[in-house]
Design a protein around this ligand. Structure first.
Ligand code: NAD
Length: 502
């Protein structure tokens, strides 16, 4: 084994070679300092392996590699159609390796293997293929002005982009950022989250195998405050794209101001799910369950506040409790029947438990869960019983703050006006769900809600063809869909004088 890879066997018996280096210029290298950090299996709290952690000096090297690649003829002059073909090739390779990638994702993150394999890996190759199709369709306009003059616009890459990824969907969030950035012809330095550093390093092998020129995609694991901030403040980075907490998003905006970088942010949420009195309550309860309990509740768009019309409140709560009790099976993420694995880290586990204490002390009614779940393996691991609080008041922390766990706050409303006002009474604005069989109400409420996305009679739909992002303190800019190209391209106007003489 080289000193930048280790041979590992995952809990499901799959053996593979795990790179542990920084991926710069299509090669794995040690960090300059030699510093490493451990990645922990959240199911049993054991160390999986350690990976090299980038420092500011490694960021310098990676940024230089990406800048060189930007001007390198093999990337700059590559016809856009061929760029799309490279992306297609990468998507094909990801599909070929999806069982290994899903295994690493589940081992490192704790999400159920079926979710990693079918949802996350499907999202990764699907997103790359979608943007591969866009690569040769990113174009400008011709604009006539006077008979003697006209202008045309070029839609050009922004340059070297720094991408900062969270741990809740490590590969999928990387694909959301790599896809449009590559389609538009940028080069990339990507920093994964330190909680989940492993799967993207395996994917890095496939980047090289697909035939991307060296330096086009560089991947640096490392700590947010070290490698992340070095990336954000680096004068050689032209744009920063970030997904993570609102607090860190604000810090990134401040840091990026120094060099006036183009920034897109996808941050936190406290998304409401409204259940009107005319809704199909069974369906509302099932979607509400997916909306908050999927991925251990670690979803930025999770519908973590459920607001129910008071005439159907008790009935809805009973059905919802039953759906959670029968569907949210907590267990080993490699077991076929597991719906919910462990929280990603001890920090997140402690954070959710602290909100459980907060809910109890503020007087909300705990109707389910509210404690660690210890019946998996030998009792270690960051498992939490799915937790439901009812009778939640608008001023409670559990109603206002993002918990990011299998944790839901349920409250009631009295009228449509009250529902919309309460739904909008938040600093966030990522998603919102509306359950009603009144078609006029559905569209009226969808229009009135302050959110980047609204789901009518559904929750948490996300599709690479559809723009994704938030308003208010949930973010700036959009990912996915055609709108996602705006974040990674800039318009240059070229004025042409056809013969006006002075
Ligand atoms: P975070 O926002 O601190 O981390 C996200 C990414 O930002 C990681 O790659 C991290 O290394 C990087 N980062 C952190 N500090 C940085 C800095 N100063 N400069 C540059 N990069 C930096 O999130 P967290 O601490 O892992 O989680 C805390 C909370 O954030 C969660 O409980 C949850 O509420 C929220 N969260 C939201 C999302 C989302 O999808 N919107 C994802 C993860 C976490």
């Amino acid at each position: 084994m080289s000193d930048v890879s280790v041979q590992l066997t995952a809990p499901n018996g799959r053996s593979y070679t795990q790179p542990i280096g920084l991926f710069i210029n299509n090669e794995f290298v040690k960090s300059k300092s030699g510093e490493k950090f451990a990645s922990i299996n959240p199911s049993n709290e054991t160390e999986i392996t350690s990976v090299y952690a980038a420092g500011a000096e490694d960021v310098d090297v990676a940024v230089a590699a990406a800048r060189k690649a930007l001007r390198d003829p093999s990337w700059k002059l590559l016809p856009a159609t061929d760029r799309g073909m490279l992306m297609m090739k990468l998507a094909d390779l990801i599909d070929q390796h999806k069982e290994t990638l899903a295994t690493i994702e589940t081992w490192d993150n704790g999400k159920p293997y079926s979710v990693s394999l079918n949802d996350d890996l499907g999202e990764v190759s699907g997103t790359l293929r979608y943007y591969a199709g866009w690569a040769d369709k990113v174009m400008g306009q011709t604009i006539g002005t006077t008979p003697a003059k006209f202008a045309y616009t070029l839609r050009q890459p922004i340059g070297v982009v720094g991408q900062i990824i969270p741990w809740n969907f490590p590969l999928a969030m990387a694909a959301w950022k790599l896809g449009p950035a590559l389609a538009c012809g940028n080069t990339i330095v990507l920093k994964p989250a330190e909680q989940t550093p492993l799967s993207i390093l395996y994917l890095a092998n496939l980047i090289k195998e697909a035939g991307f020129p060296p330096g086009v995609i560089n991947i640096l694991n490392g700590h947010g405050r070290v490698a992340g901030s070095a990336l954000v403040t680096h004068p050689g980075i032209d744009k920063v794209a970030f997904t993570g907490s609102t607090l860190t998003g604000k810090e990134i905006m401040k840091m990026a101001a120094g060099t006036m970088k183009n920034v897109t942010l996808e941050t936190g949420g406290k998304s409401p799910l409204l259940v009107f009195q005319d809704a199909d309550l069974e369906q509302a309860a099932k979607w509400a369950h997916i909306g908050i309990m999927y991925n251990q509740g670690q979803v930025c768009t999770a519908t973590s506040r459920i607001l129910v019309h008071d005439s159907v409140y008790d009935k809805f709560v009973n059905i919802f409790k039953e759906v959670v009790a029968t569907t949210s099976k907590v267990g080993d993420p490699f077991a076929d029947d597991t719906f919910q694995g462990p929280q990603v880290t001890k920090t997140q586990y402690d954070r959710v438990l602290s909100y459980i204490e907060s809910g109890k002390s503020e007087g909300a009614k705990l109707v389910s869960g509210g404690e660690p779940y210890k019946n998996v393996g030998d009792g270690r691991g960051f498992f939490i019983a799915p937790t439901i609080f009812t009778n939640v008041k608008d001023n409670m922390r559990i109603y206002r703050e993002e918990v990011f766990g299998p944790f839901v706050a349920i409250a009631s409303f009295t009228s449509e006006d009250d529902a919309v006002t309460r739904a909008n009474d938040t600093t966030y604005g990522l998603g919102a769900a509306v359950f009603t069989r009144d078609i006029e109400r559905a569209h009226r409420v969808a229009s009135e809600i302050e959110a980047g996305m609204v789901w009518i009679n559904s929750s948490n739909d996300s599709d690479f063809r559809i723009p994704f992002g938030g308003v208010k303190q949930s973010g700036i800019g959009r990912e996915l869909g055609e709108a996602g190209l705006d974040a990674y391209s800039q318009i240059k106007a070229v004025h042409v004088n056809m013969g006006t003489k002075l």
